[in-house]
Ligand binder design. Sequence first.
Ligand SMILES: *[C@@H]1O[C@H](CO)[C@@H](O)[C@H](O)[C@H]1NC(C)=O
Ligand SMILES: *[C@@H]1O[C@H](CO)[C@@H](O)[C@H](O)[C@H]1NC(C)=O
Ligand SMILES: *[C@@H]1O[C@H](CO)[C@@H](O)[C@H](O)[C@H]1NC(C)=O
Ligand SMILES: *[C@@H]1O[C@H](CO)[C@@H](O)[C@H](O)[C@H]1NC(C)=O
Length: 312
Amino acid sequence: MSKYISLKMINFWLLVMLSLQLACVAAEENWLDLDYATKGNLSESDWPGVCNTGHKQSPIELNEAYATHGPTKLHILNDTVEQPHLALLYNGYVVILHNFTHSIRLSGGMQFRELVYVAEQIHFHCGAEHVLENVRHDMEVQIVFRLESAASLKAALNQEKGLVMVSVVFEVTNVPSRAIAAIVDTLRGQPLVNESTWKINEMNSIFLMRELYGDIGAYYQYRGSLTVPGCVENVEWLVKAKVQTLTRQQMDTLCHVGGASSLARTHTSYRELQDSNTRQVFYFTESSANNIRVCWISVGFICVFLNGVNIF
Ligand SMILES: *[C@@H]1O[C@H](CO)[C@@H](O)[C@H](O)[C@H]1NC(C)=O
Ligand SMILES: *[C@@H]1O[C@H](CO)[C@@H](O)[C@H](O)[C@H]1NC(C)=O
Ligand SMILES: *[C@@H]1O[C@H](CO)[C@@H](O)[C@H](O)[C@H]1NC(C)=O
Ligand SMILES: *[C@@H]1O[C@H](CO)[C@@H](O)[C@H](O)[C@H]1NC(C)=O
């Protein structure tokens, strides 16, 4: 009898170990997918990791008046190149675009002047995460870049300065987004609305990353975290200051993909605002090389004006 039970137990543990191993392989391939699928519907106060204990969490509110101004030095290369093997997936929480064959590289930002990053994936939050000048806009598109020298996205997660997020906030108007049109065309051509998760390995239209943001122009930059569990705090956020536009129809297609049961969740797939905890927020523009204003957001905010000094 006891022999029988212990054999059964061994089989059980073999099975557990095997499935853990499989889970690890899946995580390696697409960690964000796994995080959302397993934790996407936990309430935020139950999120694990440093989500509720960290001091550099994202998103935060961004205001030009409270930010340290400086000149932009950002470069994004290869963002007008057509990507032949782009794939889309939905994990029950957000739509993710991934599999860039031609490296899209980012360099030249303030905190990582010497470092180079490559784009790994783009995902879409319904309801913008970053609040700009007191307004929460309709959507936020986040481009995840990993440190090029890190072996994978998973490896970059555990590395200091491992991740850069380039974020573009959208509002609904009559003017469509060309980049989002390419995704919406693909979604419309696929029978998927009854599934809470799905994968599409072929795009119907050409998606060019540059068309998401046009020119980056002015942007906010600050050190923060992932906005999903476990909220690791090694993310340099670059948030384009100018809000882009999409149509109501584009927004609805992207935000209703999960069908009726997930509609409520996909309509509000943003994390609540986090404390800024006296973090410095930068505002970089092409025209601010000479008059530099250095600010810290604390209880109110403190600014020091430096005329004609170039500290960058
Ligand atoms: C998420 O929600 C589904 C459906 O309500 C439920 O079955 C599942 O257990 C939930 N998962 C978690 C991690 O809360
Ligand atoms: C652009 O993409 C091509 C093709 O994949 C690649 O060879 C090249 O290194 C990329 N250029 C940059 C600057 O990343
Ligand atoms: C959606 O799919 C589930 C299982 O895959 C099925 O039980 C359900 O009837 C389907 N709903 C509709 C509206 O087709
Ligand atoms: C990703 O791209 C490669 C070629 O670069 C292709 O072989 C692979 O099938 C693509 N993966 C997906 C999920 O589409």
